[in-house]
Write a protein that binds this ligand. Structure first.
Ligand code: EPS
Length: 394
């Protein structure tokens, strides 16, 4: 089984991830992982932290001479900001480390994990909660996802994440194919394939910044070239729709997930929103020649891939830290106070799209490993090819 763990605080020495269950022989380079880490750092609306960091990965285990060994893969991303937080975030006692550079955090921010986490873990310095709740942790997930993308690439499966709405400004991407979306969103400062909308989104970011507030939005992740049959209908915790939703929903700030045009389809008659089935053995190699001319299902039926592109959308609420703070209560004095202000981003939806790619890459890689197994890439590939042959003969 493919699984991973991450560890690390936002202003601690760094982030660590361990990914286990990759087959041996998959080409993986630190450069490929670092490329995605740097994509995650970008985006109009990012704050001061991204000017300090230069996220790069160190591969500590599981890869030799550019290929996976089949053993656990350990990845480290160092926090350059750690230098400014050594005493505040020291593992040693205050006596040993010296006085913290910053006072304790006692005024919880509405919307962040500060208060719920402080009460639950019985912590009165809310830094003990917010350091791990911070979206900095997503750098570790992006590193894991980049390794998973290396596996997916061996099966010609591709992933593209892009921003479709920011602060209420909608991108117009009808008529663009995924290759065009990728080409147009990659150089965009807001990772948006519609240049007109991108400009309006940036103006909205400026507006939010001037008002001392933040912006949310919606990003979309598409997965192409999937075979039919990943995931299963037989049990709730192995349905791929459920797993993908959980993966996306667990990204900091995400409050909603949609598969295909789910909320629009819910308003229409059933006959208008199913994907009718056609057959032509010359096309749709990865779905046995069966094909559809629409994709209302977003690439999943019964928790199983259909062979159509996967289309997933996630809604990010505006980041909870407000430069112009909202009302809160000091957890020590219990008096009404303005919420604490931590350094923050105005908007992180473009980064969210990169994190979305990563968590989806992991879930697809996991589903592939479950279906095709194998201890080496070659064994996995044989199993994959035999299956494609099986559905061709179906
Ligand atoms: C982030 C690092 C954080 C924030 C942001 C995302 O760094 P710092 O707190 O030092 O500025 O910029 O996280 C949040 C806004 C949040 O509320 O968690 C990153 O690396 O993506």
């Amino acid at each position: 089984m493919l699984r991973y763990l991450t560890a690390g605080e936002s202003h601690g020495p760094g982030l660590t991830a361990i990914l286990e269950g990759m087959p041996a022989g998959v080409p993986v380079t630190a450069a490929a992982i670092t490329r995605d880490l740097q994509r995650r750092m970008q985006g109009y609306g990012r704050g001061g932290r991204m000017r300090i960091e230069r996220d790069t990965v160190e591969i500590q285990a599981g890869v030799r001479h550019g290929k996976t060994l089949g053993s656990p893969i350990a990845l480290i991303i160092r926090n350059l900001d750690w230098e400014n937080w050594r005493r505040t975030m020291a593992a040693e006692s205050e006596g040993e480390a010296g006085p913290p550079e910053r006072p304790p955090v006692t005024r919880p921010r509405p919307g962040h994990a500060d208060l719920s986490g402080g009460l639950k873990f019985d912590q009165h310095d809310l830094r003990n909660v917010l350091e791990r709740a911070s979206a900095r942790e997503t750098a570790a997930r992006v590193a894991v996802g980049a390794v998973c993308k290396c596996l997916l690439q061996e099966f010609a499966i591709e992933i593209v994440g892009h921003v479709v709405n920011m602060g209420g400004v909608a991108a117009e991407t009808e008529g663009l194919n995924p290759v065009e979306i990728r080409e147009q969103c990659e150089p965009s400062p807001v990772r948006c394939a519609d240049p007109l909308a991108a400009r309006a989104m940036m103006a909205k970011v400026d507006d939010a910044q001037a008002k001392g507030t933040s912006l949310g939005g919606v990003f979309e992740v598409r997965v192409l070239n999937l075979p039919v049959g990943l995931g299963t209908h037989v049990h709730w915790d192995r349905r791929l729709d459920g797993r993908l939703a959980q993966a996306l929903m667990s990204i900091q700030s995400v409050k909603g997930v949609e598969i295909g045009p789910a909320f629009e389809a819910a308003r229409r008659f059933g006959a208008e929103v199913q994907d009718e089935i056609f057959y032509d053995p010359a096309r749709a190699e990865r779905s046995g020649g069966f094909y559809r001319t629409s994709n209302f299902a977003g690439g999943l039926e019964g928790g199983i891939t259909t062979g159509q592109p996967l289309v997933l959308r996630a809604a990010m609420k505006p980041i909870s830290t407000q430069v112009k703070p909202l009302t809160s209560v000091d957890v020590l004095s219990k008096e009404t106070r303005a919420a604490g202000v931590e350094r923050t981003d105005v908007a992180a939806v473009p980064a969210g799209a990169v994190v979305g790619e990563a968590v989806v890459a992991f879930e697809i890689a996991r589903a592939l490993r479950e279906k095709f197994g194998g201890d080496s890439l070659e064994e996995m590939r044989r199993n994959f090819n035999a299956y494609i042959e099986q559905i061709r003969r179906y």
